[in-house]
Design a protein around this ligand. Structure first.
Ligand SMILES: *[C@@H]1O[C@H](CO)[C@@H](O)[C@H](O)[C@H]1NC(C)=O
Ligand SMILES: *[C@@H]1O[C@H](CO)[C@@H](O)[C@H](O)[C@H]1NC(C)=O
Ligand SMILES: *[C@@H]1O[C@H](CO)[C@@H](O)[C@H](O)[C@H]1NC(C)=O
Ligand SMILES: *[C@@H]1O[C@H](CO)[C@@H](O)[C@H](O)[C@H]1NC(C)=O
Ligand SMILES: *[C@@H]1O[C@H](CO)[C@@H](O)[C@H](O)[C@H]1NC(C)=O
Ligand SMILES: *[C@@H]1O[C@H](CO)[C@@H](O)[C@H](O)[C@H]1NC(C)=O
Ligand SMILES: *[C@@H]1O[C@H](CO)[C@@H](O)[C@H](O)[C@H]1NC(C)=O
Ligand SMILES: *[C@@H]1O[C@H](CO)[C@@H](O)[C@H](O)[C@H]1NC(C)=O
Ligand SMILES: *[C@@H]1O[C@H](CO)[C@@H](O)[C@H](O)[C@H]1NC(C)=O
Ligand SMILES: *[C@@H]1O[C@H](CO)[C@@H](O)[C@H](O)[C@H]1NC(C)=O
Ligand SMILES: *[C@@H]1O[C@H](CO)[C@@H](O)[C@H](O)[C@H]1NC(C)=O
Ligand SMILES: *[C@@H]1O[C@H](CO)[C@@H](O)[C@H](O)[C@H]1NC(C)=O
Length: 826
């Protein structure tokens, strides 16, 4: 920055002309100063031929003497000094024989700065920054009435900031940061009314921030951070109408943020972090609409975050960690579209993380840890940030490593993306606030009611026998959640849910389940699936059903108890379910580490080995077998067979997931599932009118999955506008049969003896399954039998491996009922 920043700040006209003469025009001023700064010899270049004034020469000689120059930069400062002004003396610039600039930054200079600098009466710019000069900042600088810029930062100056600097009427920039200055900031500094940049950061200054500084009419930047300042922020700080940057960070400043700060409307960066500020955030803060960074970390600021924060259109950093803020995170924070950092960790905030924050696309850093937040983390945030952004909120759920969400409000139920800027109206805000307030009051009443109810129930239980569960299920009342086995903590044991176990190796309490760390595996119309890690390190898959679309508890329980009895090696077993006190519904299944067929086929690592024909055939047979059991033995329709719903166990055996789930859901939910299946390419054509799945529509879906196995193509990807069955049919019609098969299989076909024939036969069977006419499609049992005929070797090996399974098809169906052991936790 040149010493003459703008005409306004630059003294009288004649002086500017003088500058122009000595430096060849105002426009090149900055450039020339830089040339001086890097000590390019300018000998003779711009010499005005005037011999240096005697006072200035003496001044320079005294300065030279007081400095220590280990690297020899000042070696040329010798002799008569006649050439001092003509480029002979490094870092000196003159005008009419008077020194106007000393520029010697980064020179390794030590020693001290001589008081004789006060003799350089025309000096405008004094720059010795980034050296190791000690001693005092000379008070004689106060004699320099032309001084515009003092750059002595990053040295070892000690002692006080000379009050005499206030006499430098034209001083614009004062940078003494990074020294060891102590004492207080002289209020007389404010006599230098042209100051626009003051940096006294990183010293050992104490005392108060002089209120006089707030009278500096041109002040744009005030950096007083990392000192030992105390007192309060001057109440008149708002008078700094041009202030862009204010940092008082890392001091001992107390009191509260004055309301007047809202008048400093040009503020862009406000850093008050690490002080002793208390009180609450003034509403007027919201007047600072140009703010880019707001840092209030490490104070004692309490109260609420004002809801008007949405005015900060350009705010990129909002950091308020380590305070005592309470209340909720206002949903309006979601309007801060430029925000890249949001940190309110270590406060006392309550309520939920507003879903509106999902709309903050620029967010790269997010931290709400160690508060008192509750409810689900919006999916967009839990997908983007790891647990370290959310930990320390006992009732917060739905992020990796947290408890599973069981709260009534789910981010999936009502995801409301923020409105585009153009549609926002402030009038709406008040309405919304009103709704929040009413909802809050209702919630309070609800909680109160719950408390009363629980107490009443507790009283009652002591005098009445345990309640019985479903008919064929032996039940055991084990009291309040978490006390059942003494294993769990009371976290998440939210006052009385109900956990019912079905047959299987799993045993856990409601609290074990609710406190398990969970990772989102996927989401579907019915709900979100988590991989939950139990206390013993084992995994289960937990499906949290979306609220509102599930049937009421009364209709739900008989259906879910029926599903709990389904046991077949090719059907994913439902091991337990949990009904929360607020109506939340969790289903617990075996966890399948290999994931689903869709990713097995379509999203494998490029270097993984191909999926060979026997593996694919085994999957198809497993599917047919599972479906046959479902249709015939359990008398159920699946309704949503897709490769996403087919899981694979360690041995690549298929496990059909989501069996019978449609029975737990409302009709509306089921038709939207059917619609989704349509989009994925698995839906039988008649379902576009029929709206209700049956065994024949399941067979159609099975046919599509078989085609998927044969072609390696995802049914969602249309080819020439044809869906997968149509495309296969069109190719086969033109007798290019081999073209349809997955290239990986063609290698098998080339090598193996019968593979080619098996592929064609299976293809015919699959096309039979996707016949547009439902009656023409085979039953699951026929599909199974034909597959077994096509490849008997697999049929045999598969059957023998099933024999080892403890619970196998109808043979064990009755024993399942007998052995079903249930625990009802209330
Ligand atoms: C001044 O310094 C220059 C360069 O270091 C050197 O050549 C010259 O001899 C010195 N003159 C005197 C009088 O010391
Ligand atoms: C600052 O100005 C006031 C009056 O305007 C004067 O009394 C005081 O002496 C001045 N201080 C300095 C250090 O110039
Ligand atoms: C602040 O002052 C205290 C005591 O007065 C001192 O111990 C501490 O080192 C000072 N802090 C800084 C950053 O100079
Ligand atoms: C800071 O100043 C205080 C006195 O004001 C002194 O006690 C302390 O040692 C100083 N600290 C440093 C790091 O200079
Ligand atoms: C803020 O400025 C307005 C005028 O623009 C003035 O009336 C008000 O007193 C100022 N507030 C403070 C606290 O300085
Ligand atoms: C600043 O905020 C206060 C209250 O928060 C308001 O009354 C005032 O009108 C605002 N001033 C400006 C200039 O916006
Ligand atoms: C705010 O940001 C917008 C877009 O980044 C920019 O055009 C505008 O100049 C900024 N406003 C201010 C006052 O910095
Ligand atoms: C947090 O808020 C609760 C009440 O909501 C209060 O009891 C507690 O003291 C607060 N904690 C802090 C550190 O302010
Ligand atoms: C969390 O908030 C609840 C009320 O919402 C309060 O009762 C509880 O004390 C708070 N906990 C902490 C640790 O502040
Ligand atoms: C979370 O992410 C941050 C970077 O955003 C990383 O530094 C940290 O190690 C991660 N923590 C965990 C537990 O993964
Ligand atoms: C969030 O804040 C906590 C506490 O301040 C800290 O331990 C954690 O590392 C932070 N996480 C991230 C991602 O910044
Ligand atoms: C801010 O966001 C809220 C919802 O989060 C919205 O209702 C409101 O209209 C937005 N306000 C402005 C000024 O954009």
């Amino acid at each position: 920055m040149g010493c003459c920043r703008t005409g306004v700040h630059c003294g009288a006209g004649p002086r500017r002309n003088q500058l122009r003469r000595c430096w060849g025009g105002g426009g090149s001023l900055v450039l020339l100063l830089l040339l001086v700064a890097v000590a390019v010899p300018a000998r003779g270049q711009r010499s005005d031929g005037v011999v240096i004034a005697q006072a200035d020469l003496q001044g320079l000689q005294a300065i030279r003497q007081a400095l220590v120059d280990p690297r020899g930069f000042l070696a040329g400062w010798n002799g008569t000094g006649l050439d001092a002004c003509s480029g002979g003396w490094t870092g000196i610039k003159c005008a009419r024989g008077k020194v106007v600039a000393i520029q010697l930054p980064f020179k390794g200079l030590a020693g001290a700065l001589s008081d004789k600098v006060g003799q350089l009466a025309a000096l405008r710019r004094l720059s010795f920054h980034d050296n190791i000069i000690g001693g005092q900042v000379p008070a004689a600088l106060g004699f320099l009435r032309e001084l515009r810029g003092v750059y002595l930062h990053n040295n070892r100056f000690a002692g006080a900031v000379p009050p005499a600097l206030g006499a430098c009427a034209l001083l614009q920039t004062l940078d003494l940061s990074g020294n060891s200055l102590s004492g207080s900031i002289p209020s007389a500094l404010a006599n230098a009314t042209r100051l626009y940049r003051v940096n006294l950061a990183y010293n050992n200054l104490s005392g108060v921030v002089p209120a006089s500084l707030t009278s500096l009419p041109f002040l744009e930047s005030l950096q007083l951070n990392n000192n030992n300042l105390s007192g309060v922020i001057p109440l008149t700080v708002g008078s700094l109408r041009l202030l862009h940057d204010l940092s008082l960070a890392s001091n001992l400043i107390g009191g509260s943020i004055p309301d007047g700060i809202g008048n400093a409307t040009k503020l862009r960066n406000l850093d008050l972090s690490d002080n002793l500020l208390g009180g609450s955030l003034p509403e007027s803060l919201c007047n600072l609409t140009l703010l880019v960074e707001l840092d209030l970390d490490g104070n004692d600021i309490g109260g609420h975050i004002p809801a008007c924060f949405d005015g900060f259109r350009n705010l990129t950093k909002l950091s308020m960690r380590r305070n005592v803020l309470d209340g909720e995170i206002p949903a309006t924070v979601g309007n801060l579209s430029a925000l890249s950092l949001f940190d309110v960790s270590e406060n006392n905030l309550t309520g939920e993380i507003p879903t509106s924050l999902s709309g903050l696309v620029n967010l790269g850093s997010f931290n709400v840890s160690y508060n008192n937040l509750s409810g689900p983390v919006p999916a967009a945030l839990s997908n983007k940030f790891n647990s370290s952004s959310f930990v320390g909120n006992l009732q917060l759920c739905g992020f990796n490593g947290s408890a599973i969400c069981t709260s009534v409000s789910s981010p999936l139920v009502a995801p409301s993306p923020p409105l585009p800027l153009s549609e926002r109206r402030t009038r709406k805000l008040n309405k919304k606030e009103l709704i929040f307030a009413v909802a809050g009051i209702l919630l309070l009443f609800f909680l109160l009611f719950c408390c009363v109810f629980i107490f009443w129930r507790k009283d009652k239980k002591e005098s009445s026998p345990p309640k019985k569960g479903a008919k064929d299920v032996t039940t055991k009342t084990v009291g309040k959640a978490g006390t059942g086995t003494g294993k769990g903590t009371d976290t998440g044991g939210d006052g009385g849910g109900k956990l019912v176990h079905f047959d299987g190796p799993l045993s856990f309490t409601a609290d074990d389940l609710l406190c398990a760390t969970a990772e989102i595996l996927g989401k579907s119309t019915y709900g979100t699936v988590y991989k939950a890690t139990m206390e013993d390190g084992s995994y289960v898959a937990v499906k949290r059903l979306r609220e509102k679309i599930a049937k009421s508890q009364k209709e739900f329980e008989p259906e879910v108890n029926a599903l709990g009895k389904l046991r077949h090696p090719n059907l994913l077993a439902l091991r337990a379910y949990y009904l929360g006190p607020k109506g939340e519904k969790l289903l617990v299944f075996d966890y399948m580490p290999k994931g689903n067929l869709a990713s097995f086929l379509h999203a494998r690592a490029p270097d993984s080995s191909p999926v060979d024909w026997p593996t694919r055939m085994n999957i198809a047979m497993g599917l047919a077998r599972g479906l046959h059991h479902l249709h015939t033995d359990a008398n159920m329709v699946h309704g949503n067979i897709t490769s996403n719903n087919i899981l694979l166990d360690e041995g690549n055996d298929a496990k059909i997931a989501d069996c019978g789930l449609s029975r737990l859901m409302s009709a509306a939910a089921n038709s939207s599932v059917i619609a989704a299946a349509g989009a994925l390419g698995y839906r039988a054509p008649e379902l576009s009118k029929l709206k209700k799945a049956n065994t024949k529509t399941d067979i159609y879906s099975l046919g599509v999955v078989m085609l998927e196995l044969l072609t390696g193509k995802s049914p969602g990807d249309t080819t020439n506008g044809l869906d997968l069955p149509q495309w296969v049919a069109s190719v086969v019609e033109e007798e290019w049969t081999n073209e349809v098969f997955d290239l990986e299989l063609m290698k098998d076909a080339a090598a193996g003896s019968d593979t080619g024939e098996e592929l064609v036969k299976t293809l015919k069977l699959a096309l039979h399954c996707v016949d547009p006419s439902p009656p023409a499609r085979p039953e699951a049992q026929q599909v199974l039998r034909q597959l077994e005929q096509i490849k008997p070797s697999i049929a045999v090996s598969a059957a023998s491996s099933f024999a080892g399974e403890p619970s196998h098809t109808t043979a064990t169906a009755t024993s399942v009922t007998d052995e079903t052991k249930s625990t009802v936790t209330e």
